[in-house]
Design a binder for this molecule. Structure first.
Ligand SMILES: *[C@@H]1O[C@H](CO)[C@@H](O)[C@H](O)[C@H]1NC(C)=O
Ligand SMILES: *[C@@H]1O[C@H](CO)[C@@H](O)[C@H](O)[C@H]1NC(C)=O
Ligand SMILES: *[C@@H]1O[C@H](CO)[C@@H](O)[C@H](O)[C@H]1NC(C)=O
Ligand SMILES: *[C@@H]1O[C@H](CO)[C@@H](O)[C@H](O)[C@H]1NC(C)=O
Ligand SMILES: *[C@@H]1O[C@H](CO)[C@@H](O)[C@H](O)[C@H]1NC(C)=O
Ligand SMILES: *[C@@H]1O[C@H](CO)[C@@H](O)[C@H](O)[C@H]1NC(C)=O
Ligand SMILES: *[C@@H]1O[C@H](CO)[C@@H](O)[C@H](O)[C@H]1NC(C)=O
Ligand SMILES: *[C@@H]1O[C@H](CO)[C@@H](O)[C@H](O)[C@H]1NC(C)=O
Ligand SMILES: *[C@@H]1O[C@H](CO)[C@@H](O)[C@H](O)[C@H]1NC(C)=O
Ligand SMILES: *[C@@H]1O[C@H](CO)[C@@H](O)[C@H](O)[C@H]1NC(C)=O
Ligand SMILES: *[C@@H]1O[C@H](CO)[C@@H](O)[C@H](O)[C@H]1NC(C)=O
Ligand SMILES: *[C@@H]1O[C@H](CO)[C@@H](O)[C@H](O)[C@H]1NC(C)=O
Length: 809
């Protein structure tokens, strides 16, 4: 019903804004057809439950003269059969684009679309498979008669098992046919077996995600002489005969990825000289017929990744004549060595991917002919040494990836010809020093030496690397840093030295690295940072977590730093000796897991947004600690040693309405349910004042009861009552009391000896506990205002008269 109302509203609204008048079916909404700005045609979208029911969409009321686009969407979950309303449809002769989505159709009757002689695009996606495996859409050889302008036909996801021969004979202008996600078993059932339809304009056939098992001579493609794009990916193809693509003389792109093909037979591509791209990734290829790619002189992309090819099948002949090849992907195969002549014709190759093989040996000068190569990936192989002539001739190589090999030595001359290299990844190898060979890479921008065993790191290690912006050396054995070691890197912006063995950093170590923006030094043994970073004006990000720091002072960090992580050290104090606030810009500070005992206004930067000081030994939060933190968003203080907390410790200066209040976490502290702590229970009811943060974990903040009661020793704050927040007293005299010089007077209260007495903030609760005294007499002078008197566990013999006289109940 609401849908209907909505449509009416929309109609009234749009009619006024457009010249066109619409009084079509109520299930439809419409917009001007933007694809054709010259005419005033409409694009209709209709939502129905199913098609063909008596009270469903009335096609006869669709304004035929003005409707050029129509999209019908059935309810996807409704598993009832729809029927094409043939008669209503045939009136729509202005229709250019028709889409029918989710309607569970089982057949398209002959001549269903007769009359749609302007239709160029047709999509029918029933998703019949959701309904049941047996629910297939069936077409007859006459289903498409009349669609002589049809160019793009999307029949994906219809559970179609076969097309009768000649199905596409009448659609003489069809250039794209999408039959992906159906249940076709054999290309013979694609409906193309009639030579008279051989003049078909079909350019693009997508038959991916079907159940094809084999391709052989008899397959129905051979008449598709204009076919340029053929997608047979994600089928179950295991058998291919050498003639299965015969006749596809215009083929440019073939996608056979994600199948189970084991070998490529002789002559497979022989008739398709126009091929630009061959995608064979993720098959089970272990052999390639000799000369399989011969004379594919137009080939640009060859993807053979994710197969089982060995070096016995990749040799000097394999890529012979691929003179235009730009991308060759041999990653994820089983190659063990590379023959020196393998790539000898590939002058234009730009990207060579050999990642994740078992390559242990590459013949000298193997890459010499590849003088256009800019990306070479040799990661995840078994290379031990880099010989002087391995990368010979790679003059324009800009990215070289060698991570996850077994490299322990690199010849000094190895990069002599790679003078254009910008990115070099040598991570996860077995290097024990910074390879001297890199000193020839004067254009290098990023260098990854992480996860090696480098301990030898000294002045001059990075000589000539003036352009280097990123250096990653995480997880090595690097010891103390001294002045001079990094001085050759004036452009350095990002430095990662985490997980090393650094104990000391000499002053001036970073003196020449004025561009540094981010430094990781976490998981080292650094004990002292005074004077090391303070001058790095561009530093924004510093990670010193998990080190051995004891002293911290804001004077140690540079003034533009925004992000600081010092968690997991032995810091006792967030010092601010010079009381600097205006020159600090820290937004995020993680000081958790240290030994901090107190925080005060000066120990937190006023610029702070996120503060983590959980898991410390904090006992004291000074009043107004957060008062000037006007950007505060979150403070984690859980797992500290707070017994008491004054409301003033959390006070903020009035937070603007449009900014959400800071969120505070306080759980895991050993709070006492002291008479001064009652406010915490109510803090989240004070948000209107905009002067206090929200405590997000109030459910988990417990306090220890001063006087254990109801058999409990601890209570969550939000379950405690006012009367649970108690302080002890010995004597008490109310302010308005006049007679307090005498003990017996009603006003002064003295806790009887041997008893414990408690009161809440307002003295509305006054507990006198004299239990378990073993006393024979009831204590005298029980305070007048006592509200709870506990006398159990005694041995009173008799209760005297007038004992409780005057006591309120
Ligand atoms: C469908 O619409 C046409 C034209 O508006 C009208 O004549 C016909 O009665 C309608 N049919 C039904 C079943 O409502
Ligand atoms: C065929 O349709 C699917 C969606 O069902 C789409 O992902 C694919 O790109 C289409 N193929 C072509 C060639 O347009
Ligand atoms: C099949 O390959 C064509 C390009 O050749 C591509 O446009 C289409 O999206 C692919 N189909 C699917 C389902 O990815
Ligand atoms: C090959 O087809 C697969 C669908 O299985 C698709 O994901 C991939 O993008 C296609 N490759 C090309 C180059 O079209
Ligand atoms: C693929 O084909 C094999 C036989 O070649 C068959 O056993 C298997 O069930 C098929 N897999 C699918 C998903 O159809
Ligand atoms: C590889 O192909 C199989 C089907 O042969 C498919 O299940 C799998 O998802 C594909 N893997 C990738 C990474 O595409
Ligand atoms: C090579 O293929 C693998 C796996 O199919 C893919 O992850 C990688 O991106 C491809 N490499 C290039 C350079 O396209
Ligand atoms: C190759 O890749 C597979 C996963 O795709 C991985 O398990 C294996 O470790 C890789 N091989 C090497 C040498 O890294
Ligand atoms: C590098 O290139 C020069 C020519 O510019 C050549 O003489 C030299 O042999 C090449 N190889 C090595 C490893 O130096
Ligand atoms: C490294 O360079 C610094 C600064 O020039 C210098 O003081 C130091 O002595 C040098 N160290 C070595 C071992 O040469
Ligand atoms: C490294 O630095 C620490 C602290 O500065 C010092 O105690 C230690 O002796 C130094 N180690 C070496 C090998 O210089
Ligand atoms: C505090 O607010 C909560 C919910 O916002 C409410 O349930 C509770 O009764 C309030 N407590 C007091 C004492 O006003």
């Amino acid at each position: 019903m609401w849908l209907l109302v909505l449509n009416l509203v929309l109609l009234v609204f749009t009619v006024t804004s457009s010249a066109a008048r619409y009084d079509g079916p109520v299930q439809c909404t419409w917009l001007p057809d933007n694809s054709d700005t010259t005419s005033s045609k409409l694009s209709l979208t209709c939502k129905v439950k199913i098609l063909g029911e008596a009270n469903s969409l009335n096609f006869s009321s669709i304004p035929a003269e003005v409707t050029s686009r129509l999209k019908i969407i059935c309810e996807n979950d409704l598993l009832y059969e729809s029927v094409l309303p043939t008669q209503g449809l045939q009136r729509l002769h202005e229709l250019v684009n028709l889409k029918i989505v989710n309607c569970k159709l089982l057949s398209i009757d002959p001549n269903s679309f007769l009359g749609l002689y302007n239709l160029k695009q047709l999509s029918i996606n029933t998703h019949n498979a959701n309904w049941g495996p047996g629910k297939s859409l069936e077409l007859s050889s006459l289903s498409l008669t009349g669609l002589k302008e049809l160019q793009v036909f999307d029949l994906s996801d219809n559970n179609i098992r076969s097309f009768p021969d000649g199905t596409f004979c009448s659609t003489t202008n069809l250039h794209t046919l999408n039959i992906t996600r159906n249940r076709l078993k054999n290309p013979e059932n694609f409906g193309f077996n009639i030579p008279e339809c051989g003049s078909s304009e079909l350019h693009n056939l997508d038959a991916s995600y079907n159940n094809l098992r084999s391709l052989n001579e008899a397959t129905g493609f051979s008449y598709l002489r204009r076919l340029q794009y053929l997608n047979l990916s994600s089928n179950n193809i295991s058998e291919i005969s050498g003639e299965s693509l015969a006749g596809l003389v215009s083929l440019k792109v073939i996608n056979l990825s994600n199948n189970r093909i084991e070998d490529l037979p002789h002559g497979l591509f022989a008739g398709s000289r126009e091929l630009r791209e061959i995608h064979l990734q993720n098959n089970s290829l272990f052999s390639l017929a000799k000369g399989i790619f011969h004379r594919l002189e137009q080939l640009l992309i060859l993807d053979l990744s994710g197969n089982s090819l060995t070096s016995n099948h990749i040799d000097a002949g394999t890529f012979l004549g691929l003179i235009r090849l730009i991308v060759l992907n041999l990653s994820h195969n089983s190659l063990t060595h590379i023959d020196g002549r393998t790539f000898k014709d590939l002058f234009f190759l730009q990207i060579l991917d050999l990642r994740n093989n078992s390559i242990g040996f590459i013949e000298d000068n193997s890459f010499l002919p590849l003088y256009n190569l800019h990306t070479l990936n040799l990661a995840e192989n078994r290379l031990n040494t880099i010989a002087p002539l391995l990368f010979n001739g790679l003059f324009i190589l800009s990215k070289l990836t060698l991570n996850n090999n077994l490299i322990s030595s690199i010849d000094v001359k190895a990069f002599h010809n790679c003078s254009s290299l910008k990115e070099l990844d040598l991570s996860s190898n077995a290097l024990d020093q910074v390879p001297e060979a890199i000193q020839e890479l004067t254009f290098l921008k990023t260098l990854d030496l992480g996860e090696n065993q480098i301990s030898d790191f000294r002045n001059g290690s990075f000589k000539n690397l003036n352009q280097l912006t990123g250096l990653r050396m995480i997880d090595n054995n690097i010891g103390n840093l001294t002045a001079g070691m990094l001085w050759d890197l004036p452009s350095l912006q990002v430095l990662n030295l985490a997980k090393n063995k650094i104990q000391g950093i000499e002053r001036d170590t970073f003196k020449r690295n004025t561009q540094l923006e981010a430094i990781r030094l976490d998981e080292n043994y650094i004990g002292e940072i005074n004077g090391i970073f303070a001058t790095l004006a561009s530093l924004l990000w510093l990670n010193l977590s998990d080190n051995h720091l004891v002293w911290f002072d804001y004077a140690f960090i540079p003034k533009n730093l925004k992000w600081l992580d010092i968690h997991g050290n032995f810091i006792e104090h967030l010092g601010n000796y010079y009381k600097i606030q205006d020159e600090i810009r820290i937004k995020t500070l993680d000081a958790s897991h240290n030994r901090i005992t107190e925080i005060s206004p000066m120990s937190i930067a006023n610029s702070i947004e996120l503060l983590f000081i959980n898991n410390n030994f904090i006992k004291t939060i000074h009043p107004n600690t957060f008062l000037d933190k006007t950007n505060l968003a979150r403070v984690d203080m859980y797992a500290n040693e707070l017994l008491n907390l004054d409301l003033s410790s959390l006070r903020l200066s009035s937070f603007p309405e449009n900014k959400s209040l800071p969120e505070v976490y306080l759980g895991g502290n050993p709070f006492h349910c002291d008479c001064n702590m009652e406010w915490l229970q109510l803090i989240n009811n004070m948000t209107d004042s905009r002067q206090y943060p929200k405590v997000m974990d109030l459910d988990n903040v417990l306090c220890k009861l001063t006087h254990s009661n109801r058999g409990m020793t601890h209570l969550p704050f939000n379950r405690a009552k006012t009367s649970d927040f108690l302080c002890t007293y010995e004597t008490h005299c109310f302010a308005l009391c006049h007679c307090c010089d005498f003990d017996a007077c009603d006003c002064e209260m003295t806790c009887p000896s041997g008893c414990s007495c408690y009161h809440d903030r307002t003295w509305n609760t006054n507990v006198v506990d004299c239990s378990s005294q073993n006393a024979a007499e009831i204590p005298e002078r029980i305070p007048m205002d006592a509200t709870d008197v506990h006398l159990d566990g005694n041995k009173f013999k008799a209760l005297k008269d007038h004992l409780f006289i005057g006591r309120k109940t």
